[in-house]
Design a protein around this ligand. Structure first.
Ligand code: GLN
Length: 500
């Protein structure tokens, strides 16, 4: 059974562990073996915690033997993005500046995963401080897309998406500030959710842009994503922006998988020029499919969405320039030039010069400029006004429709190296995902087929009002069911390479 265990969904693994068909230790060992086999090619992990994972699995097996109740994901392995703190593993955020730092505490999400009996296999690769769309900005080398190792797995949560697509783990955690869960999910052919802002805790999440950062699930099925969503979410008094309300019923919605009577709006602004033809073809087919399932589909214009990208690239760097000031060579990780003679300022400057990569430096400079006196109103202030207009576009749209849909990202996975010297081309990967981050509402990406020209996965995005996350799961699950009927099995079963 050992190799097949890595092919199972999270829901199935939990059932297998609960029934005693396989132990949590066997499940964990199977995934650790898979990691050993494919990591030289995929490089999804920065740190694998084999011993800790097996100990956590033994704990689940012990609880089961003692007849204690197990949660719905007990014994299921997970790949955790290296931006959430873990007291028993390093946390680097893909940066040299944090190399060797071991946090003194677990993030709330880490705590909740452990309490649910979920097995954390290790920490996954990411663009440095979550700034990027390909993992190529990691200080530790890129991860590779399991469908085609010459291509990126998306980013910034590309380590987690690659691990899930390559069957190194059935579940992953990513974080989404501008698209970093949904875009890697789309290009790896898996499901990724950005919960409502404040729906999942930021306590122990190393901050990039605090008004946008949202942790969320990655999985191979919509139901698995929903199960993880429920396990990780809910109010946290340690996070001042955490929503104090019940978690939307996402698991029930994923099981409901029904769109009859639902009003679905296709975002008019997200098609046409700059979009790969195969992406649009698969998207349009899915729209027809949803209509045939009984949804009422209309086109909806959100005129300010075209300004989301420039607004984001003022707001996110502004917040980052302030958040990253804490890496001052005194408190965490790296310290360069401390010879007992150099001043604190010199050590700080030498450390930041050596510890941060080029994209992080670019963001700090952009953000510092946008916040500087004399420019604040013209740049940061204007961007905040645009943010309000985007939120109003959503409000107006959600008066007419229950959800909005669009392609998740304009193209399939691009070749490693293709966009590294062209930041603007890299930024365009998040064209369709950024509006939901700026408005703080709920969104999901679900696989909708392969682009005929390159045979690579395409993602469809479903967006819903804040705290209506369940609607995104309802639509995604209905589409998943209908598409799998058409394909005769899950999309990943069609995968080439290591996605198999
Ligand atoms: N690619 C976007 C950026 O570089 C989004 C990143 C994210 O969501 N963390 O800022």
């Amino acid at each position: 059974m050992a190799t097949e265990l890595t092919q199972l969904t999270a829901a199935r693994i939990a059932a297998v562990v609960a029934s005693g068909e396989a132990s949590a230790v066997e499940v964990t060992q199977a995934h650790l073996n898979r990691i050993v086999a494919v990591e030289p090619d995929v490089h999804a992990f920065l740190h694998v915690a084999g011993q800790e994972a097996l100990a956590a699995a033994e704990d689940v097996d012990r609880k089961r033997a003692a007849g204690e109740p197990l949660g719905p994901l007990a014994g299921v392995p997970l790949a955790l993005k290296d931006v959430l703190t873990t007291e028993d593993m390093p946390t680097t955020c893909g940066s040299k500046i944090l190399q060797g730092w071991q946090p003194p505490y677990d993030a709330t999400i880490t705590q909740r995963l452990r309490a649910a009996g979920i097995i954390i296999l290790g920490k996954t690769n990411m663009d440095e401080f979550a700034m990027g769309s390909s993992t190529e900005n990691s200080a530790f080398g890129p991860s590779r897309n399991p469908w085609d190792l010459s291509r990126v797995p998306g980013g910034s949560s590309g380590g987690s998406s690659a691990a899930v697509a390559a069957h190194e783990a059935p579940l992953g955690i990513g974080t989404d500030t501008g698209g970093s869960i949904r875009q890697p999910a789309a290009v790896c052919g898996i499901v990724g959710t950005k919960p409502t802002y404040g729906g999942s805790s930021r306590y122990g999440l190393v901050a990039f842009a605090s008004s946008l950062d949202t942790p969320g699930p990655l999985a191979r099925t919509v139901l698995d994503a929903a199960l993880l969503h429920e396990a990780m979410s809910g109010h946290d008094w340690r996070d001042s922006t955490s929503v104090d309300a019940p978690v939307p019923p996402v698991v029930a919605a994923a099981r409901q998988a029904d769109v009859s009577g639902l009003r679905i709006g296709v975002v008019a602004e997200f098609s046409g020029e700059g979009y790969q033809s195969g992406v649009l073809a698969r998207f349009n087919e899915s729209v027809e499919l949803l209509e045939s399932l009984g949804a009422k589909v209309v086109e909806v214009s959100c005129p300010h969405f075209t300004y989301a990208l420039p607004a984001y690239y003022l707001i996110a760097p502004s917040e980052a320039s302030s958040n990253l000031a804490r890496f001052d060579a005194m408190r965490y990780g790296l310290r360069v030039g401390d010879d007992g003679v150099a001043s604190a300022e010199e050590v700080m400057s030498l450390t930041r010069e050596a510890g941060f990569g080029p994209e992080v430096k670019r963001r700090i400079m952009l953000g510092t400029y946008a916040l500087s006196s004399g420019y604040y109103d013209a740049y940061y202030g204007k961007a905040q006004q645009v943010r309000t207009l985007i939120t109003r576009d959503f409000d107006a749209a959600f008066e007419q429709v229950d959800v909005l849909i669009s392609p998740t990202t304009p193209t399939t996975a691009f070749p490693i190296g293709e966009r590294v010297d062209d930041p603007m081309a890299m930024y365009l990967a998040d064209l369709c995902t950024i509006p939901s981050d700026l408005a703080g509402n709920a969104a999901i990406s679900v696989p909708c087929g392969l682009a005929p020209e390159d045979g690579l996965p395409v993602g469809l995005q479903v967006m819903a009002p804040a705290m209506a996350d369940d609607r995104t799961y309802r639509v995604a699950a209905a589409l998943e069911t209908a598409l799998e009927q058409r394909w005769g099995g899950p999309l990943l079963a069609q995968a080439k390479g290591l996605g198999k």
